[in-house]
Write a protein that binds this ligand. Structure first.
Ligand code: MN
Length: 180
């Protein structure tokens, strides 16, 4: 299931977002301030973060800067959700590293079409996990993989040799009119 982390201190917003996004099939986790949001982003690795900007402890701009500065979380798309809806506010959010901006009040019918952002995250996760898998191979596993690769090559050579042999045999039979 696709997980969205919603960092928001307003319970009414949490309630409506939770309901809407759950209905859309997302698994929604909540953090009530920027600091809790950052640690949840690290531990839960959500596919997307919806970030309120006016937040206690660490505000949304700073939380976004910190998330984008850390290689662990920098790829997670962050969408600012804010009542600060002027062009200037939008720019400030994008400058902090937000990938997009949704202004409050939010059009609940439109909320939840995050396929592009989620795909971006998932492609990155697959990449990351395969890198970890490769890095964690033991010496003997690496040798085994090499051996498999060389056996596969031999098998391919043997197959081509088999094809050539059959073709040759057939040619000889035709020439000399050999019957079996
Ligand atoms: Mn707030």
């Amino acid at each position: 299931m696709t997980t969205i982390l919603y960092i928001e201190d307003n319970e009414d917003n949490i309630f409506v977002f939770m309901r809407r996004l759950s209905k859309k099939g997302y698994d929604v986790i909540i953090a009530h301030d920027g600091e809790a949001g950052i640690s949840m982003a690290r531990s839960e690795r959500p596919s997307l973060i919806l970030m309120d900007l006016d937040l206690p402890v660490v505000d949304g701009w700073e939380a976004t800067r910190l998330l984008k500065a850390s290689p662990e979380t920098s790829h997670i798309p962050v969408i600012a959700v804010s009542a600060y809806a002027m062009a200037e506010d939008r720019r400030r959010a994008l400058d902090a590293g937000c990938d997009d901006f949704i202004s409050k009040p939010v059009d609940m019918k439109a909320l939840g079409g995050f396929q592009r952002e989620v795909q971006h995250h998932e492609a990155h996760e697959i990449d990351r996990l395969s890198r970890i898998a490769l890095e964690n191979l033991t010496g003997s596993e690496v040798l085994a993989l090499d051996r498999i690769a060389s056996l596969a090559k031999k098998l391919k050579d043997l197959n081509s040799a088999g094809v050539a042999l059959r073709a040759g045999t057939q040619a000889v039979r035709q020439n000399r009119n050999i019957t079996v």
